[in-house]
Design a protein around this ligand. Structure first.
Ligand code: SF4
Length: 528
């Protein structure tokens, strides 16, 4: 046993290592990135047999992890919450397989959207797939639950989800490590009929998964992470908390005159019997949960008596953004704590592209090029270059999800709009822009794709792009783009007039063209 000071993400990585992890795959995405980064460092310093790799996207990461499980070893796959949308096909279907080596999917949600386009709650995905989900509320629980998740995965033969949130992933605290397991090797899965998602086989596997739900529920009802404390002397209301909502509640509960009965939920499926034990003793209940009103909604179908349920749905708890000690304090009817001194109004500091960023020079040339047309559309994507939306560049018009710039440009062009341009980074192009480019090439759609190749995944901390720049050119050609309309430019201010002319010429071409704007992110110059 040893104590270490770690980020929440690092606690998860260490929990996996100590559980006997063999392979981890992931795609970088804040706030989950540090899990794989820590494992890579751990592997290089302590355990060369441990494999931890970045993949092209979350789906390929997930599929790789399922392959490790089939081969009989323990696998971890990491992503941010919106990444699970990308991996969803493999994720949902994998619940019907006969998981062999333990398979844990670590998903980091981002309530408050610190660096994401939505604040979707991954617990719904776990419920949708019919698997178990652990939701830790502190670093020790992250470590302990990670170890337990591998055990549960192998016991019930299902993938198991670990759901973190930004405040936990990126805060630091000490944890106590326990002994490190040997890496289990169960050998290749024996029953291949449980590993093929053919309809005739899936019908049985789905039926089996439904039958298993009662065992998942039994585990959840008895779990040490689902804690119920009853106060029979106070029946006015009870409190149910999940995730960090439990910490914020306990931080304020000492100021309540009488302590309500309290259930904290850390493992799903929802412990229905524990909820009933609480609600049978109180006249109303307040649900404080980080994320969507997941438990709160389910309670409508759980309660035998119709007691009022307060929470996000009736806005007793803020329905959007993060919970914090102050808004939870207000939800349980306490006056705000007095703040010592005035908090000055600080000027806003909106994010912006770094000084000297190659994207600035590409966007500047693009702005000059489209200025010569009476109409144009510029779609964009997820990455540093999304900041091209802000003044003074104001260069882009849309941003949806990873890879969408290419498909949206194709759609806008086929809808009859002229001078349509898509802008995408190298990493995002490899993540999910390629398939949309194949679509555009198949119809030689009248659009121009600009791949802004800075040779790194900059926004999440300079992870290596999965393939090097020269090979991106090969990939574009292999998608079916005509060689004479694949052009490279150097993203430098001194080349602005030349780059503007090239972009304009390719926009004027009535067919598909691709421009690769090359220059390394300034933060990796000299590091390679
Ligand atoms: S990190 Fe690199 S790519 Fe991102 S804004 Fe800064 S210079 Fe540009």
């Amino acid at each position: 046993m040893s104590d270490v000071l770690v980020l929440g993400d690092e606690a998860l990585a260490l929990g996996a290592v100590d559980a006997g992890l063999s392979v981890a795959y992931g795609y970088p995405g804040t706030p989950s990135t540090e899990i794989i980064e820590y494992l890579q460092k751990y592997s290089s310093e302590n355990d060369p047999d441990l494999i931890a790799r970045w993949c092209s996207n979350e789906k390929t990461s997930y599929e790789g992890a399922v392959g490790v499980s089939y081969a009989g070893k323990r696998a971890l796959v990491t992503m941010k919450h919106v990444g699970l949308n990308v991996a969803a096909d493999a994720f949902i279907n994998s619940a019907l397989l006969d998981i062999n080596g333990g398979l844990v999917v670590a998903v980091c949600d981002d309530p408050g959207m610190h660096s994401s386009q939505n604040e979707q709650d991954s617990r719904f995905y776990a419920d949708f797939a019919g698997i178990m989900c652990f939701e830790p509320r502190n670093h020790q629980e992250v470590y302990d639950m990670t170890r337990d998740a591998f055990e549960i995965s192998e016991r019930f033969k299902i993938p198991v989800m670990l759901k973190l949130v930004t405040r936990l992933s990126h805060s630091r605290s000490s944890i106590t490590r326990r002994n490190t397991n040997q890496k289990p090797d169960k050998g290749k899965a024996e029953d291949r009929l449980r590993w093929m998602a053919l309809p005739s086989l899936s019908r049985k596997n789905w039926s089996d998964l439904l039958d298993q739900q009662q065992y998942f529920k039994e585990y959840s009802e008895g779990s040490v992470y689902n804690k119920l404390s009853i106060n029979n002397d106070f029946t006015e209301y009870g409190v149910i908390t999940t995730g960090l909502g439990g910490n914020y509640y306990l931080e304020n509960a000492g100021d309540l005159e009488l302590k309500p009965s309290h259930l904290h939920i850390g493992v799903y499926p929802v412990p229905v019997d524990l909820i009933k034990k609480l609600t049978d003793r109180v006249r109303q209940v307040i649900v404080i949960e980080e994320g969507y009103p997941f438990v709160e909604r389910m309670m409508k179908g759980i309660l035998s008596t119709s007691i009022p349920v307060h929470g996000k749905l009736d806005r007793s708890v803020p329905p959007a953004g993060e919970l914090n000690p102050e808004n939870v304090r207000s939800a349980i009817g306490l006056e705000p704590k007095a703040v010592k001194g005035d908090v000055p109004d600080l000027p806003a500091r909106p994010p912006q592209l770094c000084k000297g960023c190659p994207h600035t020079d590409t966007f500047t040339a693009l702005n000059h090029a489209v200025a010569d047309f009476t109409e144009s559309i510029v779609t964009s994507d997820i990455g540093c270059y999304a900041l091209g939306a802000l003044p003074p560049l104001s260069a882009i018009e849309t941003l949806l999800c990873m890879g969408a710039s290419v498909g949206m440009a194709r759609g806008a062009s086929e809808a009859g709009r002229k001078n349509v341009v898509a802008t995408i980074g190298d990493s995002t192009f490899l993540h999910s822009g390629i398939t949309a480019l194949v679509d555009a090439a198949s119809t030689n759609t009248d659009m121009t794709l600009i791949i802004m190749d800075n040779s790194t995944t900059a926004m999440t901390g300079m992870q290596d792009t999965i393939v090097s720049s020269p090979r991106i050119r090969d990939i574009v050609l292999a998608c079916g783009v005509e060689p004479e309309h694949l052009v490279e430019i150097k993203a430098l201010h001194k080349h602005d007039a030349e780059n503007t002319a090239i972009i304009k010429k390719e926009i004027e071409y009535h067919g598909l063209s691709v421009i690769i704007a090359l220059r390394e992110c300034i933060h990796i110059v000299g590091k390679k």
